[in-house]
Design a protein around this ligand. Structure first.
Ligand SMILES: Cc1cc2nc3c(=O)[nH]c(=O)nc-3n(C[C@H](O)[C@H](O)[C@H](O)COP(=O)(O)OP(=O)(O)OC[C@H]3O[C@@H](n4cnc5c(N)ncnc54)[C@H](O)[C@@H]3O)c2cc1C
Length: 451
């Protein structure tokens, strides 16, 4: 039985303890939701801390509206809590996934599905294969996240901004948050950092590197006649290409398809513009990026209204409340994933999660130097180049799920997180519907023995 202190001592004065739990998860994005739910389902009391007034992180507040990187062509490689979330969204009519017979590479399927963004973005063949990916609605993501967290009986604390890790004797004991009520502490036996920017681990003194990647003010347009826009694209190819090129020039950088359909009729999401030279940790840069992004969006709006078939009556529905920061701090953990590990699909005997066809070793979630702390999500231990190609929402959820189960195993056995029996962790993940993957026969030569 844990005795709850009323206050903890802090250099800035006494801080009231708001909550004590077995597991404290900081960050209510995809990785944090999965970590909290997995921990609670494995018998832990769990507190989940989120700075914003909703769950979902970049998936909802960043309006990143396709769940991809969860299928390797032959099989679905991310299941578990991510699959449950998709089921719930589909039941609400707020998610669209191509049915199995449509998941193939041919021009008819490309025309039917590519504007949903549900294709294999890593493939160099034309047309790229339509695959198992899900386009979803951001508010739906918030709603089903609330449901899944409430069903698991997680203590959710929104509007709470993590500010400092409490570390004693080389291990983390909890965190301090800022809120409208002032500062408060949340104490736990294990802490999972799921902030995406490594706020907790960095504050706790874990080694990290600072990476960067392009930044995006994602936005949605409404009032789009998508049927007319697609007719123009496929039936007046040359005219379409010229206008599309101009739209991309105005945006100053985007993926090949700068607009994609959503489950809401006439509403498209725009995963653009691509903007570089912004530091996702600096207030001045974050502010500047908002101004620059909105300027480009308005310029694009004027152009497509005037010139692009299907867009004559369109309007801005919203610009994502969260700026699209893809990469900042990255853990320099017990193992650091490299681009080669990802591209060559290196299998690790301590693999606990995977993306489309690559594996995350448990050691890439373990910080050096700080006990009782795990890291899950886009700031996991990887080089900048590796993270760029292994940071999508479903694999971040798979990492989170593994972190929640690992925390439970550690507390059940009294082992330190670094001593958790990985075979038991893999078995339990499988038994609960997740799929950390098996050693593939084809690349047995790339197997790396766990330390
Ligand atoms: C523009 C853009 C487009 C993308 N496109 C796709 C795509 O099409 N498909 C795809 O699958 N992935 C895509 N991604 C990648 C994906 O969105 C992220 O990598 C993924 O959301 C990471 O999940 P996470 O839980 O690790 O982090 P995040 O989603 O960043 O969640 C972190 C959470 O922690 C909270 N938090 C942070 N700091 C604190 C703090 N100090 N105190 C309290 N709470 C805190 C945040 O508010 C947030 O809720 C895209 C990313 C961007 C930016």
């Amino acid at each position: 039985m844990t005795t709850t202190p009323d206050f903890i001592a802090d250099p800035a004065g006494r801080v009231p303890v708001a909550c004590v739990a077995d597991l404290v998860v900081v960050g209510g994005g995809p990785a944090g939701i999965a970590a909290a739910v997995a921990g609670a389902r494995n018998g832990l009391s769990v507190a989940l801390i989120e700075r914003y007034p909703y769950l979902g992180g970049l998936a909802s507040g960043g309006m990143v509206l396709v769940l991809d990187d969860m299928c390797n062509g032959a099989e679905i490689s991310v299941r578990g809590i991510c699959a449950e979330l998709i089921d719930r969204l589909e039941r609400l009519g707020l998610a669209v996934t191509p049915p199995a017979p449509d998941r193939r590479a041919d021009w008819a399927m490309w025309r039917k599905w590519s504007r949903w963004g549900v294709f294999d973005f890593t493939s160099h063949s034309k047309p790229q294969p339509i695959n198992y990916s899900t386009a979803f609605d951001p508010d739906g993501f918030k709603r089903v996240s609330n449901e899944i967290i409430a069903d698991a009986k997680v203590t959710l604390r929104l509007h709470s901004w993590f500010s400092r890790a409490i570390v004693e004797g080389g291990r983390i004991r909890g965190v301090i948050c800022e809120s409208k009520e002032g500062r408060h502490a949340v104490l736990g036996s294990v802490v999972v950092d799921a902030t995406g920017d490594l706020d907790v681990a960095a504050s706790a003194g874990a080694p990290f590197v600072v990476g960067s990647y392009m930044v995006t003010t994602v936005f949605r347009l409404g009032g789009v006649d998508t049927a007319e826009a697609e007719r123009f694209e496929y039936e007046e190819g040359d005219a379409f290409k010229a206008l599309d090129r101009e739209a991309k020039r105005i945006l100053g950088g985007s993926w090949e398809k700068w607009w994609l359909k959503t489950p809401l009729p006439g509403v498209v999401w725009c995963n653009c513009p691509h903007m570089s030279d912004y530091d996702g940790l600096k207030v001045a840069d974050l502010t500047r990026a908002d101004f620059e992004g909105r300027k480009r969006i308005v310029a694009l709006l004027e152009f497509v209204r005037a010139r692009m078939p299907g867009f004559r009556d369109c309007f801005i529905v919203d610009v994502a409340p969260q700026l699209g920061i893809r990469q900042t701090r990255l853990l320099d953990g017990v193992y650091v994933m490299t681009k080669e590990d990802v591209v060559q699909r290196r299998y690790f005997s301590d693999a606990v999660a995977r993306g489309r066809d690559y594996y995350y070793p448990y050691r890439a979630m373990l910080p050096r130097d700080v006990g009782q702390l795990l890291v899950a999500g886009r700031h996991y231990s990887a080089t900048s180049a590796a993270q760029r190609i292994s940071r999508e929402i479903p694999p971040c959820m798979a990492m989170g799920e593994a972190a929640g189960v690992a925390a439970a195993l550690a507390l059940e056995s009294g082992a330190a997180l670094g001593e958790v029996d990985v075979r038991t962790l893999q078995r339990r993940l499988r038994a609960q519907g997740a799929d950390p993957g098996d050693q593939p026969a084809a690349n047995a030569s790339l197997v790396e023995a766990a330390a």
